[in-house]
Design a protein around this ligand. Structure first.
Ligand SMILES: Cc1ncc(COP(=O)(O)O)c(C=O)c1O
Length: 351
């Protein structure tokens, strides 16, 4: 892989000598190394989810960054309006025996995806969501028949509910089946653009970037996978720096609500280290400006979490070769026209 250059945190600078070292950084407890997701597992996931997840278009949008070939993977057009249905479908379809109910936790997109798949399979779904969840996402979970429990302690509440009901927690990112499902996004990208220079991925808990990195390592040596995190929610960067998937010291609070994961997990952390994923952070003001700009330039209704990639491109902190081929994953579109319009007026970004 290309050496990371001007980014804020990378697997190489995160204080971990050997990504395969099960002992982690000096002094850490000995833990078993999690198995990394393989290309074969992602290919199996692609076959499994084909009934539920649709193939999304890869749109050429050079206007997003002058002088480069820019492609946008339009996962906002995915069923449920985000890539999350890929991982949710693969995970639920892989559970054997199939449970009668599952509990999960989510800012909304993963919850809606699990609810949709659960309804199709006759599995009852309960989603722990933050009280301030975006209305479009609350509505989507309910529309697909999910029960919602509003709570500030997403992970604790989900674990307690699952224990009470004797059912599994379907983790939104720290689960190999979820990561393999999310990786199917990258399979589709490489079918159309075999060797991009860079793939830019919004990062919350790190499930999507783990799947994308696993596929990229297998199929496109030399392609840089760059994760973009809000400065106010640097979940995976924090874990890399600390050498363990510990929670952020202050709760995340980005306008890119899908990226507000309080912590990553052992499995995403292992993928990000092993595949030398690079990370860059973007500020809230930059996200707010990039959001309407991305929508106007692509003519897509995207949510703020998807726009962090455009904020990163425009920050100038990603060193690119001349006329680079860049792929951005537009991860979701669950927002309201009103909110986007407000952001457009305040940023005055729409021509
Ligand atoms: C729209 C959107 N983009 C990106 C992410 C981040 O995905 P991950 O948690 O797999 O890093 C999420 C997570 O909910 C999301 O909803």
């Amino acid at each position: 892989m290309t050496e990371p250059k001007d980014l804020t945190a990378t697997a190489d600078t995160a204080g971990t000598a050997d990504p395969n070292d099960p002992t982690g950084p000096a002094g850490a407890a000995v833990t078993r190394k999690p198995d990394l997701v393989t290309l074969d597992e992602v290919r199996a996931a692609a076959r499994r989810v084909t009934e539920v997840a649709r193939r999304t278009p890869l749109l050429r949008c050079d206007g997003l960054h002058g002088g480069h070939r820019v492609f946008v993977k339009a996962e906002n057009l995915q069923s449920t309006g985000s890539f999350k249905v890929r991982g949710a479908a693969n995970a639920l379809l892989s559970l054997d025996p199939r449970p009668r109910s599952v509990v999960t936790f989510s800012a909304g997109n993963h919850g809606a995806a699990v609810a949709l798949v659960g309804r199709a399979l006759g599995v009852t779904v309960t989603v722990c969501m933050p009280p301030g969840a975006v209305a479009a996402k609350v509505g989507a979970v309910r529309r697909y028949g999910g029960e919602i429990v509003f709570t500030d302690d997403l992970i604790g509440s989900a674990a307690a509910l699952a224990a009470e009901r004797g059912c599994p927690v379907l983790h939104p990112f720290d689960d190999p089946a979820v990561i393999a499902g999310q990786g199917t996004t990258a399979l589709e990208i490489f079918e159309e653009v075999p060797h991009p220079d860079v793939i830019l991925v919004p990062v919350g808990g790190g499930g999507l970037i783990s799947g994308v990195a696993a596929v990229t390592a297998a199929l496109s040596d030399g392609t840089r996978v760059i994760g973009v995190e809000p400065e106010t929610a640097p979940t995976v960067g924090h874990a890399l720096r600390r050498g363990t998937p510990e929670p952020l010291p202050v709760p995340p609070r980005s306008a890119a609500d899908g990226l507000n994961a309080p912590r990553t997990g052992a499995l995403p952390l292992a993928h990000v280290r092993q595949h030398a994923v690079e990370l860059v952070t973007v500020g809230e003001e930059d996200i707010r400006r990039a959001w309407p700009l991305m929508a106007a330039e692509t003519r897509l209704l995207v949510e703020p979490s998807a726009a962090v990639t455009v904020a990163a491109l425009r920050s100038g902190r990603i060193g690119l070769p001349e006329c680079a081929t860049v792929v951005l994953i537009a991860t979701g579109g669950n927002t309201s026209l009103g909110a986007l319009g407000d952001a457009a007026s305040s940023a005055n970004a729409v021509p």
